[in-house]
Write a protein that binds this ligand. Structure first.
Ligand SMILES: [Zn+2]
Length: 81
């Protein structure tokens, strides 16, 4: 994974993964939150189906609580040993 710099403080962010069981839903400032937001409207490649659990590469800054998620790809959930 490529290094990412925090847009807030400029320090190198920790690389890892995001696991979002119901997908990640993003709205622009002009969009009002819908009353009902179905899972199929999640950002592409962020939705996790029961038998096809996936995770997205991500970077996090502990200090600023900033998160950058790459949802251009999803990877099989890593097995815990
Ligand atoms: Zn930061």
């Amino acid at each position: 994974m490529n290094a990412q710099t925090c847009p807030q403080c400029g320090k190198e962010m920790l690389s890892g993964y995001v696991f979002a069981p119901l997908g990640i839903h993003w709205l622009s400032k002009s969009q009002k939150p819908p009353i009902f937001h179905p899972v199929w409207r999640a950002l592409p490649k962020t939705l996790n189906w029961r038998l096809r659990r996936r995770e997205n590469p991500a970077w996090h800054c502990d200090q600023c609580q900033m998160l950058i998620v790459d949802h251009s790809q999803s990877l099989p959930l890593r097995r815990r040993s």
